[in-house]
Design a protein around this ligand. Structure first.
Ligand code: SF4
Length: 460
């Protein structure tokens, strides 16, 4: 199994990897399919959103994301100002002009349908794209599933995953597909988890490129923290949620060094870094999936906490932190899910906390056994956590939830470092428990906003 660190950490836009980035990518892929489908010239496009994409797609800006994809924007090349102008133009012309294709009729208000019927069979986040000819006959139809973290598969790929994801591959020096194999390979080779992950990465790109790209990922994560700490005002959407990170950060700066400061103030620093990222995500800003947008604050917050607050922190270890975290994220994605629509929030913030705990444990000198223990502790104490975003917006409980996920991650790493790595519940078993819990969780609690906090609102 090989899931690159750059598949886990992808630069994109908020507010959701599964409901924004994935649908945008699906639209781009559909246009690419259409370009190679030469039998009959297409004249129009229609899109249907199913399952969680229908129920919470408005709040997650799924409709806008599909339109952006049909305008040929990708999550990593989006120029927001230019895109807004082209969306406005489309509302008037109701015509797409994709490169290499004839003009396509597409009225965003009529041709993009939120289907509130049963979800499609392959995943809770389904999209159906159709291209029609001048006579209204379907010339190409494709089902996509947005399976979390911005990953998109077609219905055929969902049924029959590509071989490298289905089994261990001999192409990689360390083809670990679960935590037990990862620890065995670490024991046999004497390599750290980061070193094994790095060895796998350099099969597909040079060592220098890997380091450069990891540096860029951290720069974007940290830039997102800084933007979030510098902005105030109201987030978009009906809830009128106010940004809080800037004010809390200013309080913390004022209190710095004061003798009266309480020890738990350290967790406020963690919280404010995470909230800064998730406020930016909620505002549709530039974020890095870690492993998703909804959970994008946990890993950057813990890494910034390491650099700014841990004695002996070394910036040179940022790459090892990210590689270790990505190894754990890959195991969870491969053996369970990182999608809130599939597994609830345990799959998003729980996975992010496990990744961050592993990364922190590694850069603080943890052995592979201690790193695995840290990831397990963090994930175990998110099991059963539901996804119930109020009004379908990635704001309440998501912003604070990242803050608390980050504090759990640090506690888990610290606890693991106090042991010798031997522990009762293996990470693999915990991942299986998460998968089973997600399968048995009611759809009300899987990113549909039909249960939990989303239906227990205060009187305004
Ligand atoms: S509740 Fe958790 S899983 Fe659901 S949208 Fe918010 S962060 Fe994502």
């Amino acid at each position: 199994m090989f899931l690159s660190v750059f598949d886990v950490f992808k630069i994109g836009i908020g507010p959701s990897s599964s409901h924004t980035m994935g649908p945008m990518t699906a639209a781009v892929q559909f246009l690419d399919m259409l370009r190679t489908h030469s039998e009959t010239a297409p004249a129009a496009v229609k899109v249907r959103l199913h399952g969680s994409l229908a129920f919470t797609g408005k709040g997650h800006a799924t409709d806008r994301a599909v339109v952006l994809g049909l305008l040929d924007y990708r999550p990593d090349n989006l120029d927001v100002d230019e895109a807004e102008g082209r969306i406005a133009e489309l509302q008037v012309t109701k015509t797409l002009h994709p490169a290499g294709l004839p003009a396509l009729s597409f009225d965003p208000d009529a041709d993009l349908v939120f289907d509130f019927g049963p979800p499609l069979p392959g995943h809770a986040n389904g999209l159906v794209f159709q291209a029609l000819d001048q006579a209204g006959r379907v010339v190409l139809s494709e089902i996509f599933y947005s399976i979390g973290g911005g990953f998109v598969v077609t219905a055929a790929e969902r049924e029959c995953p590509p071989a490298e994801f289905a089994s261990e591959s001999a192409s990689w020096p360390y083809p670990f597909h679960n935590a037990a194999a990862m620890l065995r390979m670490a024991r046999e080779s004497g390599a750290s988890i980061a070193a094994m992950k790095r060895a796998n990465e350099v099969v597909v790109r040079s060592a220098a490129e890997v380091e450069d790209k990891l540096g860029h990922i951290w720069a974007v994560m940290n830039g997102c923290i800084e933007r979030g700490l510098s902005l105030d005002g109201q987030l978009p959407g009906s809830l009128k949620v106010k940004r809080r990170a800037k004010a809390i950060h200013q309080q913390l700066l004022r209190e710095r060094g004061a003798n009266s400061s309480q020890p738990h103030v350290a967790s406020d620093w963690l919280s404010v870094y995470a909230m800064a990222v998730n406020e930016e995500n909620a505002a549709g800003g530039k974020v890095v999936t870690a492993p998703t947008n909804g959970a994008a604050g946990v890993v950057p917050a813990v890494l910034r906490y390491y650099l700014d607050h841990c004695a002996g922190a070394e910036p040179a270890k940022v790459a090892d932190f990210l590689l270790t975290a990505a190894a754990i994220g890959g195991l969870i994605k491969h053996n369970a899910s990182i999608s809130g629509a599939e597994a609830g929030c345990q799959g998003e913030v729980g996975s992010a906390a496990a990744m961050a705990a592993a990364g922190l444990c590694a850069v603080l000198g943890g052995t592979p056994d201690q790193v695995e223990n840290a990831a397990e502790i963090a994930l175990e104490h998110h099991l059963g956590m539901t996804c119930d975003p109020v009004a379908g917006l990635v704001q309440v409980p998501c912003i604070e939830r990242n803050a608390i996920g980050a504090t759990k991650a640090v506690a888990a790493a610290s606890l693991a470092l106090r042991g010798d790595g031997q522990h009762f519940m293996p990470l693999d078993n915990c991942i299986q428990a998460m998968r089973q819990t997600g399968e048995e969780m009611s759809a009300k609690f899987k990113e549909t906003s039909l249960g939990g906090l989303a239906v227990n609102l205060p009187e305004c």
